[in-house]
Write a protein that binds this ligand. Structure first.
Ligand code: FES
Ligand SMILES: [Fe+2]
Length: 445
C-alpha cells in the first residue's frame, strides 16, 4: 500500500482564499494552488477510477489517472479487481501505455519484467543477476504497488491515502444516486456501453464541477440551442406529431427559473450533492413501453413507481465524477493543469433493458455531453471566459452569495435549497477548504 508524503511547505495561506460566501480568483488561475490541490485533494480522497464492467474478464485492464499519478484497473485470475500503480518495479516506466485491453500478463516494454494482474512480479530476464543483492524478488518492492480501492455497486473508486473513511461512508447521501441508477436496470446491474468521449477544456477543473448544479445558467447559456429546438418543434412539426427524442432532450434546458427553483439542490459532506429529486429536466421523456414491461416484471409495479419517482438531474461525487442516473450517463473529471481539464463522457447500458434505452442515452451524450454537440460547447465557452476573465485584477473575489444563510438542514449533514441558490458552490468550497487545510482525515466533513 502506497502512502502519501506531502513534502511541500505550506507557503500559501489557502484558508484565506475561501470564505463561506466567496472564493478568491487565484484558486482558478495560480499553478501553485493547482499543485496543492493535486497533493491535498486528488491524492488524498476517493477518486473515481472506472466501472467494474470495463474489466469483466481476467486479463482485462483499463489505464487512467488519480490526480497526477498513472494507475491501472485490472481483473485478476482470482476474479477480483485491483487498482495498481501503473509503474514498472524495475526503473519506473509506465507499464501500460494505452487506455484499455486484454493480455495474458503485463510485460514492461523496456527490459521485459513481467507482472500478474494483481500486481505480483512474475519474472525478470536473467533473474540470477539479483542473487546476493539487496533487491528482494519476493518483497513488495518487486511488485506493482496496489492502491486502496473499493467498489460501490460496480463503480470503482481508489485513494492514494490509506486513511480515508470507507467508500460507502464517504459517499453518504449521494450513494442513493448510484442506487437509483442501478435500480433502473431490470437485471439490477449496469455495464459501460461502447467507448468514451474524451476531450480537453482550456479551463480549471472546478468550473465544470461548479457548473453542473448551477441552475441559474441553463436558460441563458443554452438559450440559442434550446430555444431553437423549441421554435423548430413548434413551427416544423404537425400539432399531433410525436415530439422527436432530440427535442425532448434539448428543449428542457430553457425551462423557467421557477422550474429550476422547484428542482432544488441537495448538499452533503465532502462537497457532494445533487440537483432535482422530485422532478428534473429528464422527467418528461416519452415512455418506452417494453422497458416499462420488463421493469414491472422484474420488480412489480409498486417498486417500479418508487424507483421512477426519484428524478435527479446531476449528482456530484466531489471532486472527480458526476452522473445523470435518469439517462445513465457519467462524466469524469481529470485535471491536467491549472487551465487544462480532460472531461470523459461515458454511457451505460441498463442490463435487461431494451435497446431503445441505450439509444436514448447515446443520443443524450451526443447532443449534450460530446465535444461537438449543441449544448456542451455553450458551457465550455463560459469556462474559458471565466479562465481568462479571472486573470483580471479588477476584483479579487468571486461571489457565491445567492441565498446565503437560507440553507435548510433536512437532517444532520444534509442541506437543501431552492435551485437558484448558490448552495452547491458554497458546499464544494467548504469541502475544498477542509481538504486543502486539513487533508482527508476521518474528521474532515
Ligand atoms: S523499466 Fe520496466 S523492465 Fe526496466
Ligand atoms: Fe450548461
Amino acid at each position: 500500500m502506497a502512502t502519501l508524503i506531502d513534502k511541500r511547505p505550506a507557503t500559501i495561506d489557502v484558508a484565506s482564499l475561501v470564505e463561506p460566501d466567496r472564493t478568491h480568483r487565484s484558486i482558478y488561475t495560480d499553478p501553485a494552488i493547482f499543485d496543492l490541490e493535486m497533493d491535498r485533494i486528488w491524492h488524498r480522497t476517493w477518486i473515481y477510477v472506472g466501472h467494474e464492467s470495463q474489466v469483466k474478464e481476467p486479463g482485462e485492464y483499463y489505464a487512467t489517472t488519480i490526480g497526477r499519478q498513472p494507475v491501472l484497473l485490472t481483473r485478476s485470475s482470482d476474479g477480483k479487481f485491483y487498482v495498481l500503480h501503473n509503474r514498472c518495479a524495475h526503473k519506473g516506466a509506465l507499464l501500460v501505455g494505452d487506455h484499455c485491453g486484454k493480455a495474458k500478463e503485463l510485460r514492461c516494454s523496456y527490459h521485459g519484467w513481467r507482472f500478474d494482474f494483481d500486481g505480483k512480479l512474475l519474472g525478470i530476464p536473467l533473474e540470477h543477476g539479483y542473487d546476493d543483492t539487496r533487491f528482494d524478488r519476493t518483497g513488495p518492492e518487486a511488485d506493482m504497488p496496489r492502491v486502496r480501492a473499493e467498489s460501490y455497486r460496480g463503480f470503482v473508486f481508489a485513494s492514494l491515502n490509506p486513511d480515508v473513511p470507507d467508500l460507502k461512508s464517504w459517499l453518504g447521501g449521494v450513494a442513493s444516486s448510484i442506487d437509483n441508477m442501478v435500480d433502473r436496470a431490470p437485471e439490477g446491474a449496469l455495464e459501460v456501453a461502447g467507448g468514451v468521449m474524451r476531450y480537453e477544456h482550456d479551463s480549471n477543473w472546478k468550473f465544470f464541477i461548479e457548473n453542473l448544479n448551477d441552475m441559474m445558467h441553463p436558460m441563458v447559456t443554452h438559450q440559442s440551442s434550446s430555444l431553437t429546438a423549441r421554435v423548430v418543434a413548434k413551427k416544423e412539426l404537425p400539432p399531433d406529431a410525436p415530439v422527436p427524442s432530440a427535442i425532448e432532450i434539448i428543449a428542457p434546458f430553457t425551462e423557467s427559473y421557477s422550474f429550476f427553483d422547484d428542482m432544488g439542490v441537495h448538499a452533503f459532506d465532502y462537497g457532494h450533492g445533487y440537483s432535482g429529486g422530485k422532478t428534473s429536466i429528464h422527467a418528461k421523456y416519452s415512455d418506452i413501453p417494453e422497458y416499462n414491461r420488463r421493469m414491472d416484471a422484474a420488480y412489480g409495479t409498486e417498486r417500479v413507481a418508487e424507483i421512477m419517482k426519484v428524478n435527479r438531474h446531476n449528482t456530484i461525487f466531489y471532486p472527480s465524477a458526476t452522473i445523470k442516473g435518469a439517462v445513465q450517463t457519467m462524466r469524469v473529471v481529470r485535471p491536467v493543469a491549472v487551465d487544462k481539464t480532460i472531461i470523459e463522457s461515458w454511457t451505460f447500458r441498463l442490463k435487461g433493458a431494451p435497446d431503445e434505452m441505450l439509444q436514448r442515452s447515446i443520443l443524450y451524450c451526443n447532443l449534450i455531453n460530446s465535444s461537438a454537440n449543441l449544448v456542451g460547447p455553450d458551457d465550455q465557452e463560459n469556462y474559458r471566459r471565466q479562465q481568462v476573465g479571472l486573470h483580471s485584477t479588477g476584483e479579487d473575489w468571486v461571489t457565491m452569495h445567492r441565498d446565503f444563510g437560507k440553507d435548510e438542514e433536512i437532517e444532520p449533514g444534509h442541506f437543501y435549497a431552492r435551485g437558484s441558490s448558490d448552495i452547491s458552490f458554497r458546499n464544494q468550497y467548504r469541502a475544498w477548504k477542509k481538504y486543502m487545510t486539513e487533508g482527508a482525515r476521518q474528521d474532515v466533513r
